[in-house]
Design a protein around this ligand. Sequence first.
Ligand code: SF4
Length: 567
Amino acid sequence: MSPKPPAAGTTAVSDTSGSAAPQAKRPRPKKTRSEGQWAKGYREPLNPVERFKRDDAPLNVRDRITDLYAELGHSSIDANDLRGRFRWMGLYTQRTAGYDGTFTGDDNADLLESKYFMMRVRADGQKLDLDRMRTIAGISKDFARDTLDITNRQNFQYHWIEVESVPEIWRRLGEVGMQTTSACGDCPRGMLGSPLAGLAVDEVLDASPALDEIVRRYIGDPEFANLPRKYKTAVSGLQDLPHEINDIAFVGVHHPEHGPGLDLWVGGGLSTVPHFAQRLGAWVPLDEVPDVWEAVTKLFRDYGYRRLRSKNRLKFLVKDWGPEKVREVLETEYLHRELIDGPAPAPLTKVRDHVGVQKLKNGLNAVGGAPVSGRISGTQLAELADAVELAGGTEVRTTPYQKLVALNIPDDKVDQLVADLERIGLPTDPTPWRRSIMTCTGLEYCKLAFVETRRRAISLLPELEERMADLNSQLDVPVTVHLNGCPNSCARIQTADIGFKGQLIEQPDGTKAEGFQVHLGGSLGEDLGFGRKVRQHKVLSSELGDYIERVVRNFIAQRAEGERFAQ
Ligand code: SF4
């Protein structure tokens, strides 16, 4: 009789008696797969993006755009520059017009690109004086078919830009101290700052000097332009930013011994795998914020995962390490000193989009207006500059809720400016729906989109206003409605009361129609939490009005007194 083969998981060996006996397999040392972390010596690129970043520093594309591509035209652009390094200069290829519904995912996104670009201009929380406003408006009218959107990161976005125009656009922006450098790509993108920095009556401190210094020191420095993935920053002495969803955030807080300073948060981000930023429990004095920003950014650059594009935001490293280890590595390897322990800031109780009129600490006023989901035009911005000048103001800032706020308006000019903003299409007392709708770019221009978002919001708004006009007085808490065109979360759907994620929905006859997966009950601040994905709730674009009305009427009918939507 032939001997039986060893059972799976055992190995037949001879013992001293000579008889065969099964023995447990010795565990092999676990192979650790390289995540491409530079700090661990993995410098060999593990994907095509890492490769092109290594082959030529992304910011080098600036010179090629001015000296080569703008001269020779679109057909001369190298593919890795066109779909890769151009982003580091704020340029994305724009979706071709004439969408036919056959798009099935970003694997065929390149087929959809036109010869035009979307261009993003960094705001970095800066004030826009009259020159800046008129320059941005002029570029829109001269080179971008009068398009101009305010993004949910306070930036401006143009469309229809041709490569031949880019050097002149950069020249004009440069004259007023603005830039598109690192506005996209794996680098520190446009940073959030409080729209009322230095002016709000209740801010802990004016954090804008720290934000300005971060931009001055690090934007355009190649040392900080090859991070594992995009990197989002928020710095504010006032609780008016969505700081919980940034890679790094500094939030104003009073320390019982040291006074006003900023609380450090790291590892937030939405997209397909959302994470809220975590506090490191560290209080940072204002003048040390740029150094601490540099240290955290270098930690991300060196330890961040560079293998999978879907797993390389800072949030994944923070999740794996935990805040204690992040702080320890930050202190020992980068800062070479300990950070000061500090208290948590009080959570935000209400979204502050700065729409309407509010008093500033200098006795003047801020007057905020609401475009629909950030859509304005060069013409409107030029008119706004004229209106602000007429009202004795000199500056405007954008908000991360896609709004605009005019600063330092004297009491006796407020009514006039309010009337002018209404005329321009930026009402200061909008309906709850106009105020709360936010969208991403969507199918109109974005190659990754499945559905219309901004254009859909513009047509949806009058419908919502009419359907629910009777509810305006009962809606004492805002119900936010955010629309994304794809699973990326450029419009922050997971933190909206009602979030819509664009997708194509199969119809009974087998055809596909534009629609949305619903997420309900997301919130920032004191009700912090991601919206629940309600599996059965898939809504066709054509049914959005019905669906929103139904949800809101149910909420109003069933809520307890004072209850907010996310509770
Ligand atoms: Fe484009 Fe998707 Fe972002 Fe919308 S969420 S702008 S569709 S990538």
